[in-house]
Structure formats: structure tokens, C-alpha cells
Design a protein around this ligand. Structure first.
Ligand SMILES: *[C@@H]1O[C@H](CO)[C@@H](O)[C@H](O)[C@H]1NC(C)=O
Ligand SMILES: *[C@@H]1O[C@H](CO)[C@@H](O)[C@H](O)[C@H]1NC(C)=O
Length: 188
């Protein structure tokens, strides 16, 4: 009888156990008080296919539902502030709870690590005490030829390479001849 009850208890535990793991927000990561925040998780095939995301300060009476019927397979989603807005900068600690559904906000499938709310980081102008950006060192030109051998001499085959645009060049010459003829005619 005891064995049966133990087995039943184990079966009930197995049915309720969830492999959801919240991967964001992770330890040391805060939520921003401005705009949406990212919630990510891992799941296994035996998990529920959807859940509801709750913001918790540890007191179930303060649970704030952030997003219902989240597709469990998506692995990540963004949550917008509740109608009352996010808590003030510095508020916390909070946790993100993945719960069964909107009717069961305390049926927790997984919890994030604790985090705080922080004002969004503004990319400040570099302060005088900040790191100084050094210009890159001049590129060393590999031209000092330590072996002393002379660079390859220009081609000295004696062949005169005809201009590639010989036709155009001849046309220009013809034009010059015509101009001279014309000049001669004018001077005559
Ligand atoms: C949500 O998941 C539950 C359990 O996996 C399932 O029974 C239900 O149909 C799902 N609801 C929707 C809308 O997908
Ligand atoms: C998160 O917020 C808390 C409380 O304001 C602060 O002490 C902590 O340094 C913040 N952590 C990060 C990573 O910004």
C-alpha cells in the first residue's frame, strides 16, 4: 500500500515537473524601465506548449501578468510594460515566472534569477578621464629591401609598344595636318 502511494506520488510529481528554464533575464542582468524587455527560455518536448509570463516580487498578491498564451516553442519573446508601467529604476528584486495560464498564476513552471529595474543606459559622450582612442600605428611599408638586390628594372626589350589608341592618335595627327593646311591657306 505504501509502495503504491509512493508510486502515485512519484507519478504526480513527474506529471507536474517541468523542464522549462528561463535563460533571460539571467543572473546579473536587469530589466530596463524603458520599453519592452526580453524573456527567453529553453523547453523540452514534454513541456506544455504555452504558458503565461508573470512579473513577481515574491508576493503572489503582487503578481503582474505580462503576457498570456506564449508559444513555448518560440524560445524567446518580448514583454511590454504592464498598464501601470514598469517599476521605478532600482526597484527589485523581481523574478520572471513562467506559469501555467492566466487562471493559474501560481502554478509556476520556471523562474528566472532575480533582477532589478534599471533606467536605460545612455551612451554618454566620452569623459576626459575615459580611455583615449589612439590612432592606429602607421603601417610599416615593406620597401627597405634589406637584401640589397635592385628592384626589377623596367622592361628594356627595345620594342616600342605602339599606343593602344593608334587610330585615335592618327586621327589627331590628321587633324593637325588639316589645321596646318588651313593655316597655310589663310596665310597664303
Ligand atoms: C496550451 O497548452 C495546453 C497544454 O499543452 C493545451 O492543452 C492548449 O490547447 C494550449 N492552448 C493553445 C491556445 O494553444
Ligand atoms: C542591476 O540593478 C541593481 C540595482 O539598481 C544594481 O545594483 C546592479 O548593478 C544592476 N546590474 C547591472 C548588470 O546593471
Amino acid at each position: 500500500m505504501l509502495a503504491t502511494r509512493t508510486l502515485l506520488a512519484l507519478a504526480a510529481f513527474a506529471a507536474s515537473v517541468s523542464a522549462f528554464t528561463v535563460t533571460a533575464p539571467r543572473t546579473g542582468q536587469n530589466f530596463t524601465t524603458d520599453g519592452s524587455n526580453v524573456v527567453s527560455w529553453t523547453t523540452v518536448a514534454s513541456d506544455r506548449k504555452n504558458f503565461t509570463i508573470v512579473l513577481s516580487n515574491g508576493n503572489p498578491a503582487d503578481n503582474q501578468q505580462l503576457k498570456a498564451l506564449v508559444d513555448a516553442t518560440s524560445g524567446t519573446t518580448t514583454v511590454d510594460p504592464p498598464s501601470t508601467g514598469w517599476p521605478a529604476p532600482g526597484a527589485g528584486p523581481f523574478q520572471i515566472n513562467l506559469v501555467q495560464d492566466t487562471q493559474n498564476l501560481n502554478a509556476i513552471l520556471a523562474q528566472s534569477s532575480q533582477f532589478f529595474f534599471a533606467a536605460p543606459k545612455v551612451s554618454a559622450a566620452p569623459s576626459p578621464s575615459g580611455p583615449v582612442t589612439q590612432p592606429p600605428p602607421p603601417t610599416q611599408q615593406p620597401n627597405n629591401n634589406p637584401s640589397g638586390s635592385s628592384p626589377p628594372a623596367p622592361s628594356d626589350s627595345g620594342l616600342v609598344t605602339p599606343p593602344a589608341n593608334g587610330a585615335a592618335s592618327m586621327g589627331a595627327n590628321a587633324g593637325l595636318v588639316a589645321a596646318l593646311v588651313l593655316l597655310g591657306a589663310v596665310l597664303a
